[in-house]
Design a protein around this ligand. Structure first.
Ligand code: LMR
Length: 400
């Protein structure tokens, strides 16, 4: 039985991670998956998370009962504030529908399932390039998608004109997927002025803007600054979907903590939308897990832990910035042909190096430096110990 089932290719990101695990070379380096590492190359559990877990264990009324399909109400409220801000007009008028989700991927899939039922025939426009799973989630869910131009390879910057043209050309009322901050994989975000132009086109075309917020705090080190673009769209009254992940900014990768939000016109519409999300969730996985949401809820509602989290987030993003400078300096001192200033000017967790697919293959096969085939290096995996080795490998593949 099942002899006719063909073997599937490995996932373009998780598959590289698997190959890294299987490599027996002592020199191997993993800069594939977007997961933070300490300068010793180790995964890190934030101190605020450990403290929150200790507090949770002390709670006498802690139980393992089911959450409702839409998740923990207090957690959801705290997440809404983190996304839309303390002074949000939308939150004050009760017009945001939000459900707890299985991190960002679960939020995206929930949104896709909602679209399938209530936005039939609408196409999602996704940046080119993007986090590959944006595309495959739509494929798996059966939601039509297309791309808008984003990356200008020649200037290693944003192709704003191309982006605006494609968003303008999309049929009225389309869904435009936007990276809220720290674009994955390019590390290039629109400036405030460019966001303004994007907003004007989206508003004129009555598009729904779907902000994917997987890196809040990683672009600038500040949670509020990283939400500025999305909040501006919200204040301007554009209809929004928002997917939120706590994988990177809380280091809660495996706990699967996130939310999915839909902005509505009235509180009545919120009620109806929530009731539909409940049905979708019930039939996908019944209800979300509690532990990670309890951690986030504890930290966000305790002023001291909240401050500690913000400090730890800043420290993570500063270490990444230091590694950008270190990698740039190593390449410059090796005299590696080409310009490498984009390594320090790009933001967030990734560097979109500009290496060709062949060069990326060489990085993996010859040098055991596991990066993505599209040229993306996770700067969060670069350390003061491996940066020289990575630079030498880049130098070699560029020269040969
Ligand atoms: C990444 O882009 O590496 C991360 O978002 C991890 C993932 O799930 O792909």
């Amino acid at each position: 039985t099942w002899n006719e089932v063909p073997a599937a290719p490995l996932d373009p990101i998780l598959g590289v991670n698997q190959k890294f695990q299987a490599d027996t070379s002592a020199e191997k380096v993993n800069v594939s998956i977007g997961a933070y590492r300490t300068d010793e190359g180790k995964p890190m559990v934030l101190s605020c998370v450990k403290k929150a877990e200790a507090l949770l264990l002390e709670q006498s009324d802690l139980n393992k009962e089911y959450l409702p399909q839409r998740g923990d109400a207090t957690y959801v409220q705290l997440c809404q504030k983190m996304l839309f801000g303390e002074k949000s007009k939308l939150l004050a008028s009760g017009v945001v529908a939000t459900a707890q989700t299985l991190s960002g991927t679960g939020a995206l899939r929930l949104g896709a399932e909602f679209m399938k039922k209530f936005a039939k025939g609408k196409t999602v426009y996704i940046s080119n390039p993007t986090w590959g799973t944006h595309n495959s989630i739509m494929t798996q869910a059966g939601v039509p998608f297309s791309h808008y131009r984003y990356w200008n390879a020649a200037g290693r910057d944003l192709d704003l004109a191309g982006m605006l043209e494609d968003i303008e050309a999309a049929p009225e009322g389309s869904v435009i997927m936007l990276h809220a901050a720290a674009h994955n994989p390019t590390g290039v975000d629109p400036t405030a002025e460019q966001w303004g132009e994007i907003m004007t086109v989206c508003k004129a075309k009555k598009h729904v803007c779907w902000f994917d917020s997987a890196y809040q705090g990683f672009a600038t080190g500040d949670l509020d600054i990283d939400a500025t673009a999305m909040r501006a769209f919200a204040d301007e009254g554009l209809p929004l979907f928002v997917s939120q992940s706590f994988a990177k900014n809380f280091g809660l990768y495996g706990e699967r903590v996130g939310t999915f939000s839909i902005t509505c016109d009235t509180p009545e519409a919120v009620k109806a939308v929530m009731s539909q999300l409940d049905i979708i969730i019930r039939n996908l996985y019944s209800n979300p897990p509690k532990h990670g949401a309890n951690i986030v809820k504890t930290v966000l509602s305790d002023p001291a832990l909240y401050q500690e989290w913000r400090d730890e987030l800043k420290a993570m993003s500063l270490r990444i910035q230091d590694m950008r400078t270190a990698l740039y300096d190593e390449l410059t001192s090796l005299g590696t042909p080409g310009s490498w200033t984009h390594i320090t000017s790009q933001i967030g967790m990734f560097s979109f190096t500009g290496l060709s697919p062949e060069q990326c293959t060489q990085m993996v096969e010859k040098h055991h430096v596991y990066m993505l085939n599209n040229g993306r290096v996770s700067m969060a995996g670069v350390t003061s110990k491996n940066v020289k080795y990575i630079a030498k490998a880049i130098d070699d593949v560029v020269r040969n």
